[in-house]
Design a binder for this molecule. Structure first.
Ligand SMILES: [Zn+2]
Length: 379
């Protein structure tokens, strides 16, 4: 028995709620705790995150499984859990050979990860801020908005879709709750970045919050990579490339026979890139539409920001919360200078927009009627 496991054993004995687990590594301890029934508190020793003298230690409380469906690129499912890590609210993502703990706080998103081939943990550095020189998300949001009719070629989508036999088993509205599926395509140039850490930094805390906002919805996140025509898309030109991404996503939806029913079975498509999606731009989305692009050069709230736009969320309803747990900008705040921390939340007004979008009953944007709709591109 090593000194580390000895320490873990004795700490465990002091925790009234902790199960008696003697597994050899963090993942085994985590799995054993979940198998024993939640909530459970365990100690994950041998992590090297910086901690103050009075920090509560490497104590992980797994409170509950989160009812979301997340699948990584190889089709391996991930399970998400809520709880606390070192006393802070946390979201855990357990996938094949890997477990990440995501904590959002005053100092940003911190990720503590464990793999089954290492006895210790790993910490993930936040994305490098593009800085004022490269400009953030939008310094002049109003001037960056572009309204225009969708190209006529997009109308071909309806023709393609109608030429195929829809797989209605996907929907089964009588038994399946309303569903929103987030298709996240990882550009070929992101191959050097861990998929698990993209999820832990940009998505895990956000999808947990979306579940809070939309408790009656079934939320799914599917990561896709190595998809010719989609993950090898050239980018860098704001208007042109958003249209090309939109067309590619439409073609994917048609080929996969995805059923789209407003408010009942919706999907959103995001392309995640390594470099800025356009000059001075870390993210783009159609306001109330279904497609978005996000750069890994954007801060960890960028996915929340752009997906928020696709649900009709707007900068005008974002806020700086001076009296939140820490002073912060909400997810849809238009600048990304990192002068203030992020709240990792939407304002109540933008949450209301998200709910309204999904209950609009066909009165909102109509992605399946592209020829007549005007789309607004926002960043
Ligand atoms: Zn924006």
């Amino acid at each position: 028995m090593t000194s580390t496991s000895l320490a873990a054993c004795c700490l465990l004995a002091l925790l009234a709620t902790a199960p008696t687990v003697r597994a050899s590594n963090a993942l085994d301890r985590f799995d054993a705790a979940v198998a024993d029934g939640l909530p459970r508190t365990i100690v994950l020793g041998d992590t090297h995150g910086a901690r103050g003298r009075d920090a509560p230690g490497d104590v992980l409380t797994i409170a509950a499984a989160l009812d979301v469906d997340v699948r990584f690129t190889d089709g391996v499912p991930a399970r998400l859990y809520t709880g606390t890590w070192r006393g802070e609210p946390a979201v855990m993502t357990r996938s094949d050979h890997h477990m990440d703990i995501t904590v959002t706080g005053r100092d940003g998103v911190t990720i503590t990860g464990f793999t089954d081939d290492s006895s210790g943990s790993h910490q993930v550095a936040p994305p490098a801020n593009p800085g004022p020189a490269q400009a953030p998300r939008a310094s002049d949001a109003a001037s960056r908005r572009h309204a225009g009719a969708r190209p006529a070629m997009l109308a071909a989508r309806s023709a393609r879709a109608s030429g195929t036999t829809n797989d209605l088993s996907y929907l089964a509205p009588a038994v399946v709750p309303p569903t929103v599926t987030f298709w996240i395509f990882l550009h070929d140039d992101t191959k050097g970045t861990s998929r698990q850490h993209i999820n832990a930094g940009y998505v895990a805390w956000w999808i947990a919050d979306m579940k809070r906002i939309l408790p009656s919805y079934r939320l799914r996140v599917f990561y896709i990579d190595n998809r010719p025509g989609m993950t090898d898309l050239s980018y860098g030109n704001k208007e042109t490339d958003m249209w090309r991404w939109t067309l590619a996503a439409d073609a994917y939806a048609a080929q996969a026979k995805l059923v789209y029913q407003p408010g009942k079975s919706e999907y959103k498509f995001m392309l995640i890139t390594k470099d800025l999606v356009a000059p001075s731009t870390v993210g783009l989305a159609w306001l109330g539409g279904d497609q978005a692009m996000v750069s890994l050069k954007g801060s960890y709230n960028t996915v929340a920001h752009e997906f928020g736009h696709t649900f009709g969320g707007v900068h005008e309803d974002s806020a700086v919360w001076w009296s939140y747990v820490w002073p912060c900008e909400t997810n849809l705040y238009p600048t990304d200078y990192a002068l203030l921390s992020n709240c990792y939340r939407y304002t109540a007004a933008n949450e209301a927009r998200i709910r309204t979008y999904l209950t609009r009953g066909g009165d909102g944007p109509q992605p399946l009627d592209p020829a007549s709709s005007a789309m607004t591109l926002v960043d």
